[in-house]
Design a protein around this ligand. Structure first.
Ligand code: AMP
Ligand code: GLY
Length: 421
């Protein structure tokens, strides 16, 4: 088959590597891809908001199936657009992508279908929100409704920071804001739970825990993700049963009631408190770096699963996993998540020797004249799988030290909640 993957991050490189191993693959394209994907597929330099140009390329090359990696094209309706043109796509349509595109949409579903989540209020202007904030117990969580690249969530400990968050959101920091979401702060441990769905049935697609803060000990600014480990330490049979019956099933029922189907990965960001799951948010795609962390554990051919989803026969597929512990550390450019230098060479990358349990997935990289340069904040994802999290982390740190990239930094404590020393 001829396959095209949309996206340019570590998640898309990880998907591309997995697909490149499939016997069913004849030709693989990444749009636009990165330096890593250029080594295993052909990169096509098109913008993801140019639906028409992408369609022309897909038609010209007679692409059989498209896999959409990031949320933006899903929320913007790429799947609907390509389906109308009779191109098979793995990913949810625009209506159901609102699960990520609008936090308020998801909260309303939680309310209607009794899905456990933080108590919340929705407000239409600053004045009403400020009134509500009077005499509230802190911390409070204040959220912009739409996509905000992980930046539209404020955890506020006092009135001043709460008012500041409300003002920033209504002043348009994350685009035009007609509404704002204020939530109770949930204590507990976070976990990412994934499913893959063809619209008729779904299967669990493993769990992970990511580390979003830039600094050791989960301190400092929020980032796209500094590392992750999989599986989550929290998951067990009873908890999974609760996640499915209290969160996943009612959500899929809501989608059915909308007369829609969910095709693709669905990522539930959960807070676990006293063995009970609460939904924090949905994402309508794999996580990044959770995807890079989970996929090395997958034994089953990923392309078979994706084809099954597009043909509505996921039910017939088994999904098998290696019983190993996976850990990913993201190597970033110094300065990230604030400003950082671009076009910095990464000289030693080609000299690293990887065994079958080690992986390097590119994110913000580009190749020119056979030299790899960093062009983004999150640059490379180092992943290792082994029998325990500590060995995986040691192996990853060993590799990063061997690379010895002077412009990079990373968190050496990824997985500290599951590693004693
Ligand atoms: P989100 O973009 O919705 O995933 O939020 C980013 C992060 O904010 C989450 O991963 C949580 O760590 C935190 N967060 C969001 N909502 C809440 C909440 N209601 N209570 C506690 N933490 C939250
Ligand atoms: N790692 C968080 C996300 O992909 O949204």
């Amino acid at each position: 088959m001829k396959i095209a993957i949309l996206g340019s991050g570590g998640r898309e490189h990880a998907i591309a590597l997995q697909i490149s191993k499939s016997k069913k693959l004849r030709k693989l394209y990444c749009i636009p891809g990165n330096a890593g994907t250029s080594l295993i597929s052909k990169n096509i330099n098109l913008k993801l908001d140019s639906f028409n140009e992408i369609y022309n390329f897909l038609k010209d090359k007679e692409i059989d199936l498209v896999i959409v990696g990031p949320e933006k094209p899903l929320v913007d309706g790429m799947v609907d657009y390509l389906n109308k043109k009779n191109i098979k796509v793995f990913g949810p349509n625009q209506k159901v992508s609102r699960l990520e595109g609008s936090k308020i949409f998801t909260k309303k579903i939680c309310e209607k279908y009794s899905i456990p989540t933080a108590n919340f209020g929705i407000f239409k202007n600053k004045e009403d929100t400020f009134k509500f904030l009077q005499n509230r117990k802190m911390p409070l969580v204040i959220k912009a409704d739409g996509l905000a690249a992980g930046k539209g969530v404020y955890i506020c400990n006092d009135m001043e920071s709460s008012k500041n968050a409300v003002s920033e959101i209504f002043n348009g920091k994350f685009g035009k804001a007609d509404q704002i979401l204020v939530e109770e702060f949930l204590e507990g441990d976070e976990m990412s739970y994934f499913i893959i769905s063809d619209g008729l049935s779904y299967k669990s697609f493993n769990t992970a825990q990511d580390h979003k803060r830039v600094g050791e000990g989960d301190t400092g600014k929020n980032t796209g993700g500094m590392g992750a480990y999989s599986p989550s330490k929290l998951i067990n049979h009873d908890l999974e049963k609760k996640i499915i019956s209290k969160i996943i099933k009612p959500t899929l029922e809501a989608i059915e009631d909308m007369e829609q189907k969910y095709n693709g990965f669905l990522y539930a960001g959960l807070m676990i408190k006293d063995d009970e799951p609460y939904l924090i948010e949905y994402n309508v795609r794999m996580g990044d770096p959770e995807c890079q962390t989970i996929l090395p554990l997958l034994k089953t051919d990923l392309l078979d699963l994706i084809i099954a989803c597009c043909n509505n026969n996921l039910k017939e597929q088994n999904i098998d996993w290696h019983e190993k512990k996976s850990l990913c550390i993201v190597l970033c450019s110094k300065g990230y998540p604030e400003s950082y230098k671009k076009n910095i060479e990464i000289p030693n990358l080609k000299n690293l020797e990887l065994n079958k349990n080690n992986f390097i997935y590119h994110a913000g990289t580009k190749i020119s004249d056979d030299t790899i340069h960093a062009v983004g904040g999150r640059v490379l994802n180092f992943v290792s799988i082994s029998d325990n999290y500590l060995d995986s982390r040691n192996e990853v740190i060993d590799q990063i030290k061997k690379l010895n990239w002077k412009n990079g930094f990373y968190r050496s404590d990824i997985g500290y909640k599951v590693i004693d020393k």
